[in-house]
Write a protein that binds this ligand. Structure first.
Ligand code: SF4
Length: 412
């Protein structure tokens, strides 16, 4: 449903296209309807072999998708410019191309904007402030066919949250994630707030009202929520979940993904290298685990910006009917970020991550887990993933695995 943008809550967001061509060289489907395809076909594209630039599309989003040739959009020229843009003008591009790196989610009648950190200028926070580009943001929100969530958001799959309760819980999570405490503690406080609430809301006949429970969880001293957020975390469970997402960091075929998963399993016992197609880097698990997730200010500020942006834009609601699943998905992205940043540093022979490694980790995390995830696209994998993400101890496992706080313990 097309909706006016009512909520733009993206701290420090900046974007100006640098023309790297990355968004035109991915495996996601850029869809368009038959009318738009017909209009574009009228232009003399003179494509090699006279191929039709569009391929029939069976899924949601449109009747056709842009044809990919040699790993990039058929309209991308040798100078990484879009031929539709260059030869016909910006207005003629498919809507999702015009909107990228913006994405939208509509929940309870409110359209939320968020940005893909897969775009390197967003990730680095370069370019024009988003708040100075509201004409484009609003036009993209109207034109994008963001589906409105019809099902109620639940706390844990069982307790439905009304708009007021969800707003109160969201406020409590944002508050736990903010402030001057170290990143690891703030993340543990977010996880702890959710876990306290799930435990308090369970059982009871009649079921307790959720509003006062949210207030109670949010008012608990930080150290109690941190302890709760770290309880029962297992680094090996964290790695199992992370490696599932990392299995999609391979060519988009089932065989390539299974091979990648096998390689990741072997790497955890020292028998194979972990290779990332996205980073074009390899290292053994032991080398990667020895890399310190550096505490330099710029890197931590970047991770923090990612966390705050994804929280503020309610990215954890995307595709997840429960807050537990959504928050676990956000924690998984952060664990993938830390893993990829370490792999990037280890592949280059360094023992601590630097700014470039953290930026690469952020881009990969958004690509593989949050904004463009391909894991879970089949119904069976989607159902299995939903079950894994429903485990409220998962966030603690992610924190145990990702080790945002030093000193290092003995993990993969
Ligand atoms: S990824 Fe970002 S910078 Fe690169 S072409 Fe796409 S919008 Fe432009």
């Amino acid at each position: 449903m097309a909706a006016d943008l009512k909520q733009l809550d993206v701290p420090d967001a900046r974007f100006s296209c640098a023309g790297c061509g990355r968004c035109c060289s991915t495996s996601w489907a850029v869809t368009l309807d038959a009318t738009k395809a017909e209009q574009l076909r009228k232009h003399a594209w003179n494509l090699p072999g006279g191929v039709d630039p569009f391929v029939e599309h069976k899924g949601p989003g449109g009747d056709f998708r842009l044809r990919m040739v040699d790993g990039h959009c058929v309209f991308l020229d040798a100078d990484k410019r879009c031929r539709i843009h260059a030869e016909l003008g910006y207005e003629h591009k498919p809507e999702s191309c015009k909107a990228f790196p913006l994405q939208f989610g509509v929940s309870q009648g409110v359209s939320y904007a968020r940005l893909s950190f897969y775009c390197p200028t967003v990730c680095k926070g370069e370019g024009k402030k988003l708040t100075e580009q509201m004409k484009w943001v609003r036009a993209a929100a109207r034109a994008t066919n963001a589906e409105e969530r019809t099902e109620a958001t639940t706390l844990d799959g069982a307790r439905a949250l009304g708009a007021r309760d969800f707003a109160a819980l969201h406020g409590a999570l944002v508050s736990a994630a903010s402030g001057g405490a170290p990143l690891h503690e703030r993340l543990a406080a977010v996880a702890g707030t959710v876990r306290v609430l799930v435990a308090d809301a369970a059982g009871g006949d009649p079921a307790p009202a959720i509003g006062p429970l949210i207030e109670r969880a949010a008012a608990l001293p930080l150290h109690e929520r941190v302890a709760r957020g770290l309880a029962d975390g297992s680094a090996s469970s964290g790695w199992s979940m992370v490696s599932l997402y990392l299995s999609t960091d391979a060519r988009p075929t089932t065989a390539a993904r299974l091979l990648q998963l096998a390689r990741l399993r072997l790497s955890s016992i020292g028998l194979a290298q972990h290779h990332s197609a996205f980073l074009r880097a390899s290292a053994s698990a032991s080398k990667r685990s020895r890399v310190r997730f550096t505490t330099d200010e710029a890197s931590l500020a970047r991770v923090d910006r990612y966390l705050q942006h994804k929280l503020a834009a309610r990215a954890y609601l995307t595709g997840h009917p429960s807050v537990v699943q959504g928050v676990n998905s956000l924690f998984t992205a952060l664990a993938v970020l830390a893993t990829m940043a370490r792999l990037s540093a280890a592949g280059a022979g360094r023992d601590a991550t630097g700014e470039a490694d953290v930026a690469a980790g952020l881009e990969a995390a958004d690509l593989l887990v949050l904004e463009h995830a391909t894991l879970g696209q089949t119904p069976s994998m989607g159902a299995a993933l939903a079950r894994l993400l429903a485990d409220e101890t998962l966030s603690a496992s992610m924190l145990a695995f990702a080790r945002f706080a030093e000193p290092a313990s003995d993990q993969r």
